[in-house]
Design a protein around this ligand. Structure first.
Ligand SMILES: [Zn+2]
Length: 81
């Protein structure tokens, strides 16, 4: 299990820049912007909402979105660090 703040891509040990990003800068720009934008919007909504249920729902959906975004990485680059 990786520590929080480390890129979730397999084999990548780079730090995640900024609390609203989900990937290191290197992988962030390999993933289509529509996915990284959706993830960032969810994280910002999560941080800003005062509704505990809404926050819990967003936190539940985040891992699914992160997996979806990672599936858009070019296959041959996924493991390279
Ligand atoms: Zn990475």
């Amino acid at each position: 299990m990786k520590t929080a703040g480390t890129c979730p891509v397999e084999g990548c040990e780079r730090a995640i820049p900024g609390r609203f990003n989900s990937f290191c800068a290197f992988h962030h720009f390999m993933i289509p912007a529509e996915y990284t934008r959706s993830l960032m919007r969810m994280k910002i909504e999560c941080a800003n909402t005062t509704d505990d249920d809404a926050r819990a729902q967003l936190q539940e959906r985040l891992p699914t979105y992160i997996r979806l975004a990672m599936s858009k990485l070019p296959q041959d680059r996924r493991a390279s660090a």
